[in-house]
Unconditional design. Structure first.
Length: 184
């Protein structure tokens, strides 16, 4: 499944936002403007002005709504929800080359940063659904992990998140379990 670099960075921003709240432990990484700026900076967002408290509040409010579309088996419901967020935000797709290459902007002109992030993330998730089917928006299958991820692999058969190395952890414990049984 080919995802353009631009929309994959936006989809990964959505993943990072959702995973910044750990549903298993209640741990929250998105607790300050600086933490939000760091999360966005890691995914290549250029912040032309400092994040405000209201940007932070908006990003925090967006998280549970984005989480809801991961692991949801009802595609139509996820699409309705995401389309609904775009309508609420008054999204206005415009092609721009302000940085030298053509790319989409989705938010209203001069929208606050959080609104630009929200519209771009929502469009990226809708694009994943349009291109690959909703099962590409997954929740990690390691039972102790609640992370979400986008499966961009060709067969679409990824089961575990990257962020916590869950695939390796599950395989390592399955290996230990086999060893233990062989020893008995
Ligand atoms: Zn731009
Ligand atoms: Zn995981």
């Amino acid at each position: 499944m080919a995802i353009s670099d631009y929309s994959s960075r936006a989809a990964l921003t959505a993943v990072d936002l959702v995973n910044s709240y750990d549903v298993m432990t209640g741990g929250d990484e998105l607790t300050s403007e600086a933490a939000a700026a760091a999360l966005l900076g890691k995914r290549g967002w250029v912040l032309d002005r400092p994040l405000s408290g209201s940007d932070l509040d908006r990003l925090r409010a967006l998280r549970p709504r984005l989480r809801f579309v991961f692991g949801n088996s009802v595609v139509r419901k996820s699409v309705e929800d995401l389309n609904g967020i775009l309508r609420e935000l008054g999204a206005q797709p415009q092609l721009s080359d302000h940085d030298g290459s053509w790319h989409w902007h989705y938010a209203r002109p001069r929208a606050p940063l959080a609104e630009r992030v929200a519209t771009t993330c929502v469009v990226a998730l809708l694009t994943v659904i349009a291109d690959g089917g909703e099962s590409r928006l997954r929740i990690c299958e390691r039972v102790e992990c609640g992370n979400v991820f986008v499966d961009a692999s060709r067969p679409g058969s990824r089961r575990f998140c990257d962020a916590k190395g869950c695939g390796n952890r599950v395989h390592a414990s399955a290996y230990r379990e086999r060893k233990r049984q062989q020893a008995n």
